[in-house]
Design a protein around this ligand. Structure first.
Ligand code: ATR
Length: 290
């Protein structure tokens, strides 16, 4: 690794806190090396409240681009010169490209999810999608799906207000998609799933410390044409996905969403396609599986 870093090497960073456990440095550096690209990816711990200084550093050191993670995805927006239409609707940015000192922001989280559906040939255009959760990840997934042509997005969340906020954005800005918000209740959720094409869990229920739990207690409403997705990738098969399997549904975990959000960012910075199969194998070696 060190021997390939030269005076010409372009730097890409991750700004967030915490960043120690991020898989992004491993993914991007492996891809740079495989494609013989003169870039290096480093993670920088930037504490909450210090994003302004982080951006100044990016400009001073003339980074080629960077990713953002918690807690900076929203705050960073005021320091950018331009933000993509989707990222503006989602209200957060996870990828920035620096072109001659001008910073261009994108959100590749929701796009990563959509790309992983497309890879599995799951039709979402014009379809009804039921989603649980209304946090940052749900927001990106729901708004990107609507933006890319979903027919109906129904969001269930424990806290009703944040679900309403997301569907309001969809209904005001994306007329081709109908957004509906519900407070999370099992009976209502089952009713909505019965005529949906895709059910996505975007809550943290199913991962530690809630591993072994599922956002829905029964798979009675799961029909054979329903595609079930969990954005959790550790554990690889959440309780929800086991329930989907039992019901005979096709399903996926969140690992391909993670890989594709990185691959789309990689393309924004380098103009090249990340070798996705290689990255998938690399993550398998680390104990993560699709
Ligand atoms: P992320 O950035 O990964 O989306 P987040 O913004 O903290 O994380 O969102 C977590 C989501 O999981 C929220 O929708 C949260 O519901 P609330 O908005 O009501 O807090 C949901 N969530 C977490 N634990 C939950 C639980 N035990 N039951 C139901 N929903 C839960």
């Amino acid at each position: 690794m060190i021997s390939r870093i030269k005076g010409t090497t372009k730097l890409i960073g991750l700004l967030g806190d915490p960043v120690k456990h991020s898989l992004s440095p491993l993914m991007h550096n492996t891809a740079f090396k495989a494609l013989n690209l003169d870039y290096v990816y480093m993670a920088f711990q930037v504490k909450e409240g210090f994003i302004k200084e982080g951006i100044e550093a990016v400009k001073t050191f003339n980074l080629e681009g960077f990713n953002l993670t918690m807690p900076h995805k929203q705050r960073v927006m005021e320091y950018l010169d331009e933000v993509s239409e989707e990222a503006a609707l989602i209200g957060s940015v996870n990828t920035v490209k620096n072109i001659d000192g001008k910073l261009f922001g994108y959100n590749t989280d929701g796009k990563g999810f959509v790309k992983s559906l497309e890879e599995k040939n799951i039709e979402y255009k014009g379809k009804k999608i039921v989603l649980t959760g209304a946090g940052g990840a749900a927001r990106a997934v729901a708004i990107q799906l609507a933006y890319d042509g979903a027919g109906e997005i129904t969001i269930f969340n424990r806290t009703m207000d944040s679900a309403v906020e997301i569907v309001d954005i969809i209904n005001k800005n994306i007329p081709s998609c109908k957004g509906k918000a519900f407070k999370l209740k099992e009976e209502e959720l089952m009713k909505e799933i019965r005529d949906a094409s895709i059910f996505v869990n975007c809550t943290s229920v199913g991962m530690e410390p809630n591993a072994g739990e599922s956002i829905i207690s029964s798979n009675k409403a799961f029909h054979k044409d329903l595609f079930v997705a969990d954005i959790i990738y550790e554990p690889k098969k959440t309780k929800l996905l086991s329930m989907a399997e039992e019901a005979g549904c096709k399903y996926m975990n969140g690992l391909m969403m993670l890989i594709w959000q990185g691959a789309i960012a990689f393309n924004i910075w380098t103009g090249k396609n990340m070798p996705v199969d290689l990255i998938k194998k690399l993550l398998e070696k680390q104990g993560f599986y699709v």
